[in-house]
Design a protein around this ligand. Structure first.
Ligand SMILES: NC(=O)c1ccc[n+]([C@@H]2O[C@H](COP(=O)([O-])OP(=O)(O)OC[C@H]3O[C@@H](n4cnc5c(N)ncnc54)[C@H](OP(=O)(O)O)[C@@H]3O)[C@@H](O)[C@H]2O)c1
Length: 329
């Protein structure tokens, strides 16, 4: 049997149940992974609460995992039994399933890990690091010398995004919710940190950019930061909206983008930037290279056992976490 954290109904952290389920058999194109660690992501909270769609319940939560290939179905060529791998449960509407001892994964979604990257690091960097990569290289390709705005800079995605942007040669303005998070963001690539619950973000950004504004704002906070993000952009700047940690962005009249300087808004998702194995591996190779060489570090700051998954969700929801959080298996 496999231990699995499942939900049988939507709701708060209390709906997370530790169940024993049969170990699944890999079908054609699938691999059975014995998980060693699972990443905890904000999307898990949205799925648990019923804010993002899920297939029919009960369902095992978790979108990010790392472990060892235990068995292969017919037709898998990307990996072999015994390989250490990490993965994101992929595709649009694909079911989560990594909060468990065993997970079935499409062979083409598996990323082989080098020895330098341990299981917990891999479980904290795959979904979040690939996200940072597509944001910086795909949704708005950042160039050396540009100044960018990153909200929730001390979060799981945030700390990787800031470091990667710094490695590209960008100047990074980050926003955070506390002094402690400000120190951490500064230690991970932020040149300037704004306490966004206390300061006027757009004014600070304009001050830091000679009145011009930034070419791109990466915004995963949503409702509370949308207006500040738009007001921080320079002419023809891009707001990359990729999350809704504070709630969904209210309805918006796109005509407002014109008088504000012909601005652009995109609502971005990782699945659209990892559409083929080739695209996934291109991003993963660069990410793994940056981690393996130490160009970026993956701060795993919170570890929980499977039994304590509800505490992990409470911590993330309550803004108590910094960097990455993992379940150890
Ligand atoms: N579209 C994509 O492809 C994609 C992929 C991965 C993640 N995401 C999104 O990226 C964001 C970051 O994900 P993550 O897993 O790394 O989480 P995280 O950043 O570690 O945690 C979320 C952070 O958001 C900030 N926040 C602001 N208002 C909040 C509120 N009302 N409630 C809770 N948090 C609030 C908090 O930081 P402060 O205290 O500093 O404000 C909190 O720590 C999430 O919105 C997630 O859904 C999107």
């Amino acid at each position: 049997m496999s231990r699995a954290i499942r939900i049988h109904e939507h709701g708060g952290p209390e709906v997370l149940k530790l169940d024993n389920v049969p170990i699944p058999e890999p079908g054609p194109g699938q691999a059975l992974i014995r998980n060693k660690a699972a990443g905890i992501n904000f999307i898990d909270l949205h799925q648990r609460a019923g804010r993002y769609p899920l297939p029919k319940l009960p369902v095992t939560l978790g979108m990010e995992g790392a472990g060892v290939v235990e068995a292969l179905g017919p037709g898998v060529t990307a990996v072999e039994v015994g390989d250490r791998v990490s993965y994101v449960m992929g595709g649009h509407g694909a079911a989560p399933a990594t909060y468990a001892d065993y997970t079935l994964v499409d062979g083409d979604a598996l990323i082989r890990l080098p020895d330098e990257i341990d299981d917990e690091t891999a479980a904290a960097m795959t979904l979040k690091g690939l996200t940072a990569h597509y944001l910086l290289r795909g949704s708005y390709p950042v160039e050396a010398g540009e100044t960018i705005l990153v909200h929730a800079a001390a979060g799981g995605v945030g700390l990787l995004l800031c470091q990667m942007a710094k490695a590209i040669g960008a100047r990074v303005i980050g926003t955070v919710g506390s002094e402690e998070k400000a120190d951490l963001a500064s230690a991970h690539g932020c040149d300037h940190v704004i306490l966004y619950q206390k300061e006027d973000v757009a004014k600070r950004v304009k001050d830091l950019t000679g009145g011009e504004g930034v070419p791109v704002a990466y915004d995963a906070v949503g409702k509370d930061t949308f207006e500040a993000s738009l007001s921080s952009l320079k002419v023809r700047g891009v707001l990359v909206s990729y999350g809704t940690a504070s709630g969904p962005v209210p309805p918006f009249n796109i005509f407002e983008l014109n008088p504000r300087g012909s601005l652009y808004i995109t609502s971005a998702g990782l699945a659209w930037y990892t559409r083929s194995r080739a695209e996934l591996m291109e991003r993963a190779s660069e990410l793994i290279g940056m981690v393996a060489t130490g160009d970026i570090v993956v701060p795993v700051r919170q570890r929980f056992s499977l039994e304590d998954t509800a505490d992990a969700h409470r911590a993330l929801e309550g803004r108590f976490t910094v960097g990455g959080s993992v379940l150890t298996l």
